[in-house]
Design a protein around this ligand. Sequence first.
Ligand code: URA
Length: 433
Amino acid sequence: MRVVDLIIKKKLGQELTKEEIHFLIDGYVKDEIPDYQISALLMAIAINGLTEQEQFFLTFEMLNSGDQIDLSSVEGIKADKHSTGGVGDKTTLVVAPLVASCGVKMAKMSGRGLGHTGGTLDKLEAIPNFRIALTDKEFLNQVRDISIAVVGQTGEIAPADKKLYALRDVTGTVESIGLIASSIMSKKLASGASHILLDVKVGDGAFMKDLNEARKLADAMVKIGNFAGKKVVAMLTDMDQPLGIAVGNSIEVIEAIETLKGNGPEDFNTLCIELASELLLMTEVSNTKEEAVKLVKEKINNGEALDKLRQMIRYQSGDERVIDDYSLFPSAKSIITIQSDVEGYVEKINTLEIGRAAMLLGAGRSNKDDEIDLAVGVKVFKKVGDKVNLGDVIAEIHANEKNIDVAIETIKAAYKISSQEVRKNQIILDIVS
Ligand code: URA
C-alpha cells in the first residue's frame, strides 16, 4: 500500500477499507508516515467526509492505539456521561452523584478546560486536597465501594487521536463531523462503560453552533457507540447562554453543591434532572421517564445525592467540609457588580465572550500549560428572557488582580438588551438514540 494512493482515493471521495485505515493510523502513530501526508489526507476527509464504515474503523483504530479501562471486575451497570463542552458546564458534579445515588456505577474520566470552556478536573481541584490522580486499583476499588469516582485520565487513552487532533488543530481540519465523532467516541469507548450519555452542546458557546449539524454529530456518535455494542443516547442541549449562573472553578463547584441541596439555578437544575433521568431510563433503573424524574428529585430532596458527592470527596482525600462551609474554597479578593444602564429584556448573551471574560480573569487557559486561578470567575444573574430594570445587577466578577477592567467591558458588551419581551431559551433541544 502507498500512502499517496490512499490520499488520492479519499480526494476522489471513495471509501477507504478497514485495512487501509489501519495502515494509515498505525503508520502515523509509529512515525512511519509524515505529518504532511496525513495533513493532506485529513483535508480530503474534511472536504469529502467519512462514511459510517470509515468512522467505525477510524474510531476502533484510535481506540486500540492506547489503553482501555477494564471495568469487568466492578459489578452492576456502568455508565458514563460526556459533554462536548461549554461555558458554566458543571453538570458532571451533579449528575454523577445523582445517578450513583440511584445505584448506577459512574466511573468517570474527565478533562481539563481549554479556551473559553472549563474542565471538570479543574473544578474538582478547587476542593482543597482533592486527588484527581488515582491508581487504576484505587479507581476501581472506589467505584466498587461507593459507585462513583471522577478522575483524570489513567494510562494513555487513544494516543492516535491525540496526535491526529494536534495536527487537525493546525491544518484547519477540526471541523468535520466524521473526524469529531470518531475522536470523541474513541476516548469514550476506552472508558469501559456499557451505557454512555452524550450531552451535545449547541449554540454560540459550543463547538456545534447549529442544531442540524449537532444532530448529525449526535447521530454519528450514537451509531459508532451502537456498533461497539454500547447503549448510547445523545441529548442536544442549549449553549446559547452560559449554563446556570456561575462560570469559574470554586464558584461552579459551589453552584453544583447548591443544586444538590435543591437550590440550583432553573436552567442548570432542569438540565441535571433531564440528564440524570435519561441515564436511569437507559440503564433500566426506571421504566418510565416520569418514574426516573421522580426518583432523581427524591435523591435531591432526601440528601442522598449530596451525600454521594460528600463520599466521593472523602474517598479522593478532599476536604468534605466544603459541602457545608464554602469559605474553605479559594475565594477572590474582590467581587465587582455590573449594573444595567438600560431597561428591557435580555435578548442574547454572547456565551463565548462570557467564557473569555472568565478566562481573562484567570479562570481558564488560553494555552494548554497556563496556570489557572481557581478563585476567580463570572456570575451571570440575568439570563435570556429576564426583565432588566435600570441599575439591576446583571452580572458580577470575582477577581484577583488580573484583567478586571477588560473583563467588565467584555461582559457588558456580551449582553444584548431588547425593549421587546424575549422568550426564555429551551434547555433540551432534542434527543437522539
Ligand atoms: N473534542 C474531541 O475530543 N475531538 C474532536 O475532534 C473535537 C472535540
